[in-house]
Unconditional design. Structure first.
Ligand SMILES: [Zn+2]
Ligand SMILES: [Zn+2]
Length: 610
């Protein structure tokens, strides 16, 4: 991959003789993979010269992909001056965080309204496709892109790009989650740890470093990093090269030099070999596959970020807040996004409400009358059902010191914390990102009421983890022919997995229970037909739907033993949406009965069943 900096300035363009070396244009990065995939990050004023450069390069068409971190002006203001967008035949895919009030297209069109600019977004000649994305991983040409929320007053995504065996991360604009880390020391926990994992072992990290630790006191909550934090988080993540960027508009070249020198000294003193430099307009960096090390490239399936389900806007928030000023400001911020919230003013009532009303997000003040916040949090986790173990809980601490007292989030089980004071915009962003995360989940099947008895009956069958047998395989083969589907499974739902006694089609032997369709059929004990998974709120974002094996159609016939235990299904799976008519449903029930008989047959393995 080749990376070139076209804009490195934060907040506002700052041309002039004192900013010549690092540059005065706002954020814009060009990335090209060895095979020619063109991917730009952010379209601050730097993108104007980049557009001219691309047009002059002779490349035709000038098509590519543009990732926008967020829509603050310094990250989008160059867009109307990006010449390739004006040329018919060019095609551009634009990606940005999914917002709330308006679509990405509306947001970008806003700065091109007639009052501000002579040409509207609709009049641009190129074909433009807009993609509103949430946290996740997707593919752009031969580049794998991982998007992760940053900590900024606007909903902001950082991007990790991997191609050609190398990784580059763009993390701008971002403030330390724990403000005590702004000085460049302290233990990296919780969301800062998650941020470090996002940067892990990258060949190049381009990181927000707008402020210095000495300046930070007056800048808390503005959503930017200190150079010291950037260096420490990158060093701890094993990053190879760190580019400090989003230079403050007041920072002249000599001042950037001093910051870079100071950071280099710190890094060297820590014994790290990480290279540090100031991002400068025109700088080109070639990244090659590391030969001396193993880069932990993204594992798992590449998933396409999908649009939000409409259910997102039905999310609810529960506030446990005794301080009326805090409660009012939280309520206002949440209501501004059209999300419903309820308030309880003491710990016991908050707990009762959390367990009965099943909110999508819980925000707890640390000090509540009765049970305090951490105790409520622990109780939700221990007394609630399966769903309550997953609900995100944000703790509001009074001061950084109190946040430290709270200790590891893992102890009390909360997911995140907010330290007072914080702005309403900051609060809104945090609530949004948590709700977006939860809205992206799929529904996991509830546990059947007879779960333990059911598991005992399943284990007693003695079928789990046995070798494939023809008496089952012939049934799945027949079913595949009868229904003309590529995959038929005899699926047994164990405590944490579904294990396949027989699988027609190219199948693993087992998959996690949490993403199992069959677990839903087992919980409901009736046949389950999903005609098109992407249209079904329960399955639309299931990893098996948005990733391989890309399930679209599912029909499962429950397998119920004589004692009433439902142990699994025989199921049909297809990558195309389809329906089952009544006759076919009857045939599937017949096959289910034959499989059930084989499960109950206690003769010698391999012998024909009764
Ligand atoms: Zn910015
Ligand atoms: Zn910003």
């Amino acid at each position: 991959m080749r990376v070139r900096f076209w804009g490195t300035r934060g907040s506002i363009a700052t041309p002039g003789e004192d900013t010549v070396r690092y540059g005065g244009n706002t954020s814009c990065i060009e990335v090209q993979s060895a095979s020619g995939t063109l991917l730009l990050i952010d379209c601050g004023t730097g993108i104007r010269a980049l557009g001219d450069h691309l047009m002059a390069s002779g490349r035709r068409p000038v098509s590519g992909h543009l990732l926008i971190s967020h829509t603050h002006w310094d990250h989008i203001q160059g867009l109307p001056f990006f010449t390739p967008l004006f040329v018919p035949g060019n095609e551009w895919d634009i990606y940005a965080p999914q917002g709330f009030e308006q679509s990405l297209q509306e947001t970008l069109a806003g700065q091109m309204q007639y009052t501000y600019f002579p040409i509207t977004l609709d009049e641009l000649g190129a074909t433009i496709r807009y993609h509103e994305i949430v946290e996740g991983t997707f593919r752009v040409g031969d580049i794998r892109v991982q998007a992760q929320y940053l900590n900024h007053p606007a909903l902001t995504l950082g991007y990790r790009l991997e191609a050609d065996g190398a990784a580059v991360v763009y993390a701008c604009d971002h403030e330390p989650h724990s403000r005590s880390l702004a000085g460049g020391s302290g233990s990296i926990d919780g969301h800062d740890r998650r941020h470090a994992e996002f940067l892990a072992s990258a060949d190049l990290v381009i990181h927000d470093a707008q402020y210095t630790a000495a300046e930070y006191d007056g800048k808390k909550g503005w959503g930017h990093s200190t150079a010291e934090y950037a260096a420490e988080i990158a060093r701890s993540a094993g990053v190879h090269r760190l580019a400090l960027t989003h230079h403050d508009p007041r920072r002249v070249d000599a001042a950037v030099d001093r910051i870079v020198a100071a950071v280099r000294q710190r890094v060297a003193a820590s014994g790290s070999a990480m290279e540090v430099f100031g991002a400068a307009e025109g700088l080109v960096i070639e990244l090659h596959a590391g030969t001396d090390r193993h880069l932990p490239l993204l594992t798992g399936e590449v998933t396409q970020a999908a649009p939000l389900p409409s259910a997102f806007f039905e999310r609810t928030v529960l506030l446990g807040a005794a301080d009326p000023v805090l409660a009012a400001s939280l309520l206002e911020a949440i209501a501004a996004d059209g999300i419903h919230a309820t308030v309880e003013t003491d710990g016991d009532r908050t707990l009762a409400m959390a367990l009965s009303a099943r909110p999508s997000l819980v925000i707890l003040e640390q000090h509540l009358p009765g049970m305090d916040g951490p105790a409520v949090c622990r109780a939700i986790r221990s007394q609630g059902g399966e769903a309550d173990k997953d609900v995100p809980i944000i703790m509001v601490a009074d001061r950084e010191r109190n946040a430290a007292d709270l200790g590891d989030a893992g102890d009390a089980g909360f997911s995140d914390w907010l330290v007072r004071p914080f702005s309403s915009a900051y609060m809104r962003t945090r609530v949004r990102s948590w709700l977006l995360r939860t809205a992206c989940r799929w529904q996991k099947a509830p546990l059947p009421p007879d779960e333990e008895q059911r598991l005992a009956a399943l284990h007693k069958l003695g079928v789990l983890d046995t070798a494939p047998e023809e008496r089952f395989d012939r049934l799945t083969r027949l079913a595949a022919a009868i229904f003309d589907v590529p995959t038929v499974l005899v699926s047994l739902v164990d405590r944490d997995r579904q294990w396949f006694k027989s699988g027609y089609g190219d199948q693993p032997r087992e998959t996690p229970r949490e993403m199992s369709f069959c677990a839903h059929a087992v919980a409901n004990r009736v046949p389950l037909v999903v005609a098109d998974a992407v249209q079904d709120e329960r399955f639309a974002e299931n990893p098996m739907v948005i990733g391989d094996p890309r399930v679209r159609f599912y029909a499962g016939q429950p397998l119920i033993l004589p004692d009433g235990s439902c142990v699994g299904t025989v199921c049909l799976v297809d990558t195309r949406p389809r329906e089952l008519d009544e006759t076919q449903k009857g045939l599937l029930a017949d096959i289910g009965e034959l499989v059930r008989r084989e499960l109950l047959f206690t003769g010698a393995p391999g012998a024909p069943g009764a």
